[in-house]
Structure formats: structure tokens, C-alpha cells
Write a protein that binds this ligand. Structure first.
Ligand SMILES: [Ca+2]
Ligand SMILES: [Ca+2]
Length: 123
């Protein structure tokens, strides 16, 4: 975990060096994807360790398109940004970004559970 944290907060923008996990398991490659996706957007301006509002918007429009579509509120990104930015510096760090992914994953898992219950009830 310490290694991951160092990796995620590395001052070097380049993340295309040696792979984090030489023989990744499913979970390890998911973690690697998270880091890669974060940096794909965070590296667009000078500050490669955080997402600006513009970078967050691009990330969500591309990587979370179906989630964003379900948000009818045009100010959704503003609100999400405000929610995520726990230290109030106007930027979203990797730690803050991960809380979005975790929150969405929990919501998806609950939908999955409901769905499984419904399928079970039909039998
Ligand atoms: Ca950035
Ligand atoms: Ca922040």
C-alpha cells in the first residue's frame, strides 16, 4: 500500500515506466487501472497529482459517461467536485478521487444485490 501511495503521489508525471504488478490479479489490475485513469486526466496541466475542475469534468464525461447521464442536474460536476474536495484546495487528489470510485462501487453493489434478490424471488 505504501508503494502504491508513493506511486500515486510521485512528483514525476510519467507513469509509463515499469508495471506496478508484473503478473496482476484481477483486483491488482483494477487498482492499476484506477491509477492509470487518474493520471491520464490529472497529467494534462502542470499539476500531475491533482485533477482540476476541467480535468475532473473530462474524466467523468469519458470514464463515467453513463453515471453522468443519470445526473439530470447540469451543476452535477460542480457539486461532485465540492463533495470530493475534502481539503478545499479546489482540486481533487488521488485520495479524494478514490472516494468517488468507492462510493459509486458501493452504490453499484447495492443495485447488484437488489437485482439478485429480485431474481431469487422470482424463482
Ligand atoms: Ca492536473
Ligand atoms: Ca482537494
Amino acid at each position: 500500500m505504501v508503494y502504491i501511495q508513493q506511486y500515486a503521489t510521485s512528483p514525476h508525471c510519467s507513469v509509463s515506466g515499469s508495471p506496478l504488478f508484473p503478473m496482476p490479479s484481477q483486483l491488482e489490475s483494477s487498482m492499476e487501472s484506477l491509477i492509470t485513469v487518474f493520471h491520464r486526466y490529472a497529467d494534462k496541466d502542470g499539476d500531475c497529482n491533482t485533477l482540476s475542475k476541467k480535468e475532473l469534468k473530462e474524466l467523468m464525461q469519458t470514464e463515467l459517461a453513463s453515471f453522468l447521464k443519470s445526473q439530470k442536474d447540469p451543476a452535477a460536476i460542480e457539486k461532485i467536485m465540492k463533495d470530493l474536495d475534502q481539503n478545499g484546495d479546489g482540486k481533487v487528489s488521488f485520495e479524494e478521487f478514490v472516494s468517488l470510485v468507492v462510493g459509486l462501487s458501493i452504490a453499484c453493489e447495492q443495485i447488484f444485490q437488489l437485482h439478485t434478490l429480485k431474481v431469487a424471488a422470482k424463482k
